[in-house]
Write a protein that binds this ligand. Structure first.
Ligand SMILES: Nc1ncnc2c1ncn2[C@@H]1O[C@H](COP(=O)(O)OP(=O)(O)OP(=O)(O)O)[C@@H](O)[C@H]1O
Ligand SMILES: [Mg+2]
Length: 598
């Protein structure tokens, strides 16, 4: 445990999440709790770069729970978000409340036997009732822990309650202006729940009318598949719809229904969906096998007086198994006569049903796709969140002055729109830009120049924030790369080093890779062209490489976005690999000290 003590909070998490070698060592030396924590982090590293995903792809081509493979779309930057504010100490406490999941992706039709512990955790605040999270064997005490373990899962706050923004009062009970940066920070937090979701009206209305018609009819045998890239507002929209439906039900405008929420990422393994669902329906905790038996009976019973069930399954990508039984059952149950059930599955993989067996895809009756946000949309959403929290300034604001210059908001939106369209990323850039701005102002004040600098987040602050976050992403992407990707990186680095040129020809890189593989038969196997293409696109998404389209070959030329020194130092961290594969010329040229955090 004392390993964590030497680093600052950001470094700790990067080091632990990002580095297999480091984590292995910590596991060997760490205690049981540390071990559990590392296991759960490693399995649930959704936010980490997809680099390394070749080896983690499920046998059926569908994304594996061990390393989600989605579109090569800029998720790499998110690695730093995993680090943001998430202290290892806190995470350790959280991990102690969660079961360590099985890594085994195999399943069989009988369902995994095991301890179906973990009562459903009902998210507070804006999460709908009846939500059941991942269980594990640790029981319900881990509800908060599970929710906070992941940056996306921190306890939600609403703007109204976000630190009491706008509610703080001075000694005489009068409102006093808030620090504009704190208000902006809170409003841009990923867990803050905005009152409305601009740019998602169509999607919200479609989901709302789908669920309303099903609830009113007592079931239409429907299963809806919602898909979209990360951070496109799928979960936020689904929760908004749930809030609306609950409101309508409370006003007597809708028949009664029971909402159950499952989250694939919080389940220790897909079969845990059965006990979690059964627990939410009956209050009884059973093993997966028993729960499946009960659910089969429940949805086949055909009792028309039974309460209608709306089942929301988020992070469906994590629920794929070899035989896809869990997905099949979830999508098949609504089609049974009098099942009184409607299912909405949410995933990142747009073609998830197509990647599944036909028996699964045929059960998906409707689809809804969330496209990535454009620059204008991202800027509009940012503005709306700031206005809603009164962090934009103006006469009506309880905050003194604007926190953001308009150009800065547009710059953050443009940066994200050009890579992923991920709102979560946009929020992260802006929050970091606030910190950069505050540091700039503080240092100017110390120098007695406080009145000479701008007290608003500027375009330059956003630039600095984006660069910092992306630089971290580079490092973690390389550290986290799979052996074949390391082989590719070695070959590219060698070409850059020997050729002294920026852009290298991928044919030369391939020849070099083949040479390395021949010379080191115990090293990584030579990948085929398709795999090389996948690898370079993932490394490009993590901004480790720049792709330069080439007319001559199907493979683009590539440019290294990092210095040869940085890549070599990182690869040297894996001693076994570097002994086997790194050419002597590179090893002798660069010192052994790593520039990496941790
Ligand atoms: N239209 C919007 N208006 C305001 N905030 C939004 C909007 N869309 C997304 N967000 C915010 O972006 C963050 C990510 O959104 P959300 O979790 O819904 O994405 P997602 O599509 O479910 O991502 P993932 O696939 O990774 O689960 C949340 O903080 C959410 O509040
Ligand atoms: Mg989501």
């Amino acid at each position: 445990m004392d390993k964590f003590g030497k680093l600052d909070n950001r470094e700790k998490t990067i080091a632990v999440i990002g580095d297999r070698w480091w984590a292995n060592e910590a596991v060997e030396n760490g205690d049981k709790m540390c071990n559990k924590f590392l296991c759960s982090l490693w399995q649930k590293r959704k936010k980490l770069p997809n680099v390394g995903g070749v080896s983690s792809r499920g046998r059926n081509g569908a994304p594996s729970r061990k390393g989600r493979v989605v579109h090569a779309g800029g998720r790499a930057e998110d690695c730093a978000e995993a680090a943001e504010g998430e202290t290892v100490e806190r995470a350790l406490v959280q991990a102690s409340g969660s079961g360590s999941g099985s890594e085994d992706d195999d399943d069989d039709d009988t369902g995994a036997e095991g301890n179906a512990g973990g009562s459903g955790d009902d998210d507070d605040g804006d999460h709908p009732e009846g939500g059941v999270g991942g269980g594990g064997s640790s029981g319900g005490s881990g509800a908060d822990a599970r929710q906070q373990r992941h940056p996306k899962r921190r306890r939600p706050s609403s703007f109204a309650g976000a630190g009491g923004a706008g509610k703080r009062r001075d000694g005489k009970g009068k409102r006093r202006p808030q620090d504009k940066f704190s208000v902006a920070m809170e409003s841009l937090h990923v867990t803050a729940v905005p009152k409305s979701l601009p740019c998602r009206n169509d999607e919200r209305n479609q989901l709302l009318s789908f669920l309303t018609s099903n609830i009113k009819a007592g079931g239409l045998g429907n299963a809806l598949f919602v898909a979209g890239m990360p951070g496109t507002g799928k979960t936020a929209t689904a929760h908004e719809v749930v809030r609306i439906l609950k409101g309508q039900q409370a006003r007597g405008l809708l028949p009664r229904f029971k909402l159950v929420e499952l989250n694939g990422m919080r389940l220790t393994e897909p079969h845990q969906a059965y006990p979690q669902l059964w627990m939410a329906l009956s209050g009884e905790m059973l093993s997966p096998k028993r729960a499946l038996y009960k659910l089969e009976k429940y949805f086949s019973r055909g009792d028309p007086s039974r309460e209608f069930v709306v089942l929301l399954v988020d992070e469906l990508d994590y629920m794929t198994t070899r035989k896809q039984t869990v997905l099949y059952n979830l999508f098949e149950w609504p089609s049974r006569r009098n099942a009184r059930l409607v299912v909405v599955g949410i995933a990142n993989t747009i073609d998830l049903p197509e990647r599944c067996l036909p028996r699964v895809s045929s059960r998906v009756t409707s689809r809804l796709t969330f496209g990535p946000y454009t620059k204008l949309q991202l800027a509009e959403i940012l503005q709306a969140r700031l206005v809603e929290a009164n962090a934009i300034g103006g006469k009506a604001s309880s905050v003194e002055g604007k926190a953001f210059d308009n150009g800065a908001i547009n710059m953050a939106a443009a940066k994200v729109a050009s890579s992923s369209g991920d709102m979560r990323m946009c929020l992260k850039y802006c929050r970091r830009a606030i910190e950069v701005c505050k540091a700039r102002v503080e240092s100017a004040k110390e120098d007695g120049n406080g009145d000479k600098v701008s007290w608003e987040v500027s375009v330059k602050d956003v630039h600095v924030a984006v660069r910092e976050i992306n630089e971290q992403a580079h490092l973690v992407a390389v550290r986290d790369s799979a052996p074949q990707e390391r082989l590719l990186l070695v070959a590219i680095t060698n070409e850059v080093h020997l050729g002294g040129k920026g852009v290298v020809d991928m044919d030369d890189v391939r020849t070099r890779m083949e040479g390395i593989c021949r010379a080191h038969p115990n090293g990584p196997r030579m990948p085929n062209v398709t795999t090389i293409l996948e690898m370079i696109s993932r490394l490009a998404a993590a901004q480790v490489l720049e792709l330069v389209l080439s007319r001559r070959t199907p493979l683009p030329d590539v440019e290294l976005n990092m210095t040869v020194r940085d890549v070599v130092q990182m690869l040297r961290d894996d001693e076994e690999f570097s002994r086997k594969v790194l050419p002597d010329a590179l090893v002798s040229e660069y010192p052994t000290t790593s520039s990496l955090p941790g």
